[in-house]
Ligand binder design. Sequence first.
Ligand SMILES: Cc1cc2nc3c(=O)[nH]c(=O)nc-3n(C[C@H](O)[C@H](O)[C@H](O)COP(=O)(O)O)c2cc1C
Length: 317
Amino acid sequence: MDNNTSAISLGRLHIHSPLVLAPMAGYTDSPFRSIARAHGAGFTVTELVSAEGIVRDNKKTRKLLLFTEKERPLGIQIFGNNPEVMATAAGIVETLSPDFIDINMGCCSQKICSGGMGAALLRDAALLGKIAANVVRAVNVPVSAKIRIGWDFSSLNYKDTVRALEDAGVDFISVHGRTRSQMFSGNADWNSIAEIAEGARVPVIGNGDIASYDDAHRRMKESGCAAVMIGRGAVGNPWIFSGARPSLSEIVEQIIAHLDAMIAHYGEYGVILMRKHLVKYIHGFHGAAHFRVRLLQAKERKEVVHILGELHDAGKI
Ligand SMILES: Cc1cc2nc3c(=O)[nH]c(=O)nc-3n(C[C@H](O)[C@H](O)[C@H](O)COP(=O)(O)O)c2cc1C
């Protein structure tokens, strides 16, 4: 499956494909990460995990940290704004043996930013640098940071941000080419990403709006990034990492395997949690609307499998 075997080094992290999975809360859980890896993703990352929650050993937080060998190379992403707590959390996370630790400096949600965390750190390069330096010092595994290009268009301070991260000793930096104020609107600014990649002393991973395998390679070539990160484009389309064009049967098989992995991980509730993936797997397929409505109402595995069987026989995908 992995026909994209150009090994690269991101500082001390070595990966076999430059197309990597983006962290996405509610999506990049253990089942989805192993699927992305099976299709050739260069690495996978957990969703953002609270450093405070890690230090307090919160039960829900602990579950977010679980992963299997199949997901490696795997990064655990932590967020917070207290340099000491971040260092302590990183030390705890390191005992789980991830392949790297990523620091969230780009989350745009109101809840995270109003607490001075995520993308809010972009407004304070000194604090951001201190957090990164503390985490780097606290662990032996590679450390990366994921940023946006700035807080808003009147403060595009990515040069200061990147310098602070380099000075802190991070292994690589992932850049989502939007400002915090854009949230997910507009387009990712790949010109700024290219400028960062050109000037940075560490490898840069470009991120934003990659919708296909060809897109990924074009963006990588044009921006000069060491690698590219794919988020929404991988949901319902893990083949984006290999460039393979799946047949109808392969798509149905993948959906059922994903569903089974969700049930194994979450219990029967996995069927409900699978819905957001299901709609993406069948998104855009001609004549699938009627099946989609039924799939979104199904509460049990056997119902979903039955409807997928009908959909397959009707040749609707
Ligand atoms: C539902 C959702 C959840 C996300 N959660 C995270 C997260 O936990 N940590 C993070 O750094 N970025 C998160 N992001 C941002 C993505 O990693 C990525 O930067 C963004 O979606 C742009 O890439 P894309 O256009 O390939 O999706 C999230 C994005 C989405 C859509």
